[in-house]
Design a protein around this ligand. Structure first.
Ligand code: PEP
Ligand code: MN
Length: 343
């Protein structure tokens, strides 16, 4: 349930509303908008009496949120959220491109890739140090060593870094190196992990589960928000369908749909979304046209040598060309992209 405070409401009015909610055992989340303060009451809302809240001074209206997700909903927060990643704003005018290898394989290749994607205009370096692999015999990532290389790449290029965290026990470790904690598709339903990243003050990139509905995905975001971490970025990365020519079916309709349901920024991963490097540029352009706030793209200097996902990784020239093509599309929908001319 949300309680919209009137424009003239003061701190005392707000305190009264908050204490009525808390005495009934519910928790309170405040959203301070430009014109209104919105009080979100989360918990067993049957304990609240709408009429009792409506008559309190300063209260403009009381609204029941019909969606199962509350804090993630547009009703709770009308303005789109912008997640500040140490100075890079995700959800603002500029479309933020995150790029890099699937996995951190070794120091040299990572630094080479970081230089390459930074030169083309990417603002965030992606790369998995802890890899969730379908096979236990596949490369599992370099672990903390990989995190150190990511941090070194940040030092040398100025890129922010995003990397996956697989378990609640690793959250503090990964958070000590990363600018964004990635929750992978396979872990979208891992509620103890979602709660753990909800307790740190680091942005979270929450991928859609490979067989999850949009409502389940927004409920996963709700877990993070309910723990107090408001910096959630959603990432559509394709869902499993009967189609075999692509690895997944990229659901681009998720972009405008999520934007109507939620205030959270949403980015697109066309690499895992298609599994094919030759489809990545077209899907990136379409994603930006559809209103995506960013892209997560796999790039490798020599994809044929990659330890994972080489077939969906772009070489530098293809990535540079994609960045160049993004610019007019972004402009057509009132956005910008940080393109740099290749040197
Ligand atoms: C990744 O981006 O590194 C990854 C493993 O993707 P997903 O969780 O979407 O499969
Ligand atoms: Mn990958």
């Amino acid at each position: 349930m949300i309680i919209v405070m009137g424009q003239g409401a003061g701190q005392e009015d707000l305190n009264r509303v908050v204490s009525m909610i808390e005495t009934k055992g519910l928790s309170v989340h405040l959203s301070e908008g430009v014109e209104h303060t919105i009080v979100g009451a989360v918990g067993d809302v049957r304990r609240l009496v709408v009429e009792e809240l409506e008559v309190l001074a300063g209260v403009q209206r009381v609204v029941r949120i019909m969606h199962p997700f509350k804090l993630a909903s547009r009703e709770f927060k009308a303005e789109s959220s912008v997640v500040n990643v140490d100075g890079v704003q995700v959800g603002a005018e500029q479309v933020v491109v995150m790029a890099g290898p699937c996995a951190v394989e070794n120091r040299d290749v990572l630094l080479e890739t970081a230089e390459g994607v930074a030169a083309a205009g990417a603002q965030v370096l992606r790369g998995g140090a802890f890899k969730p692999r379908t096979s236990p015999y596949s490369f599992q990532g370099l672990g903390e060593e990989g995190l150190r290389y990511m941090a070194e790449a940040r030092e040398t290029t100025g890129l922010k870094v995003v990397t996956e965290v697989l378990t609640p026990e690793d959250v503090d470790l990964v958070a000590s190196y990363a600018d964004i904690l990635q929750i992978g598709s396979r872990n979208m339903h891992n509620y103890s992990l979602l709660s753990a990243v909800g307790e740190v003050d680091v942005p979270v990139l929450l991928k859609r589960g490979l067989m999850s509905s949009i409502e389940e995905w927004l409920m996963a975001a709700e877990y993070v928000l309910a723990k107090g971490n408001e910096k959630v970025i959603l990432c559509e990365r394709g869902i499993r369908t009967f189609e075999k020519y692509t690895r997944n079916t990229l659901d681009l309709s998720a972009v405008p749909l999520v934007k109507s349901l939620s205030h959270l920024p949403i980015i697109i991963d066309p690499s895992h979304g298609t599994g094919r490097w030759d489809l990545v540029s077209a899907m990136s352009l379409a994603a930006v046209a559809a209103g995506a706030d960013g892209l997560l793209v796999e790039v490798h200097p020599r994809p044929e040598e990659a330890q994972s996902d080489g077939g969906q990784s772009l070489k530098f020239p293809v990535f540079q060309e994609m960045m160049r093509l993004l610019s007019p599309v972004a402009e057509a929908v009132g956005r910008t992209v940080n393109v740099r001319e290749a040197t």
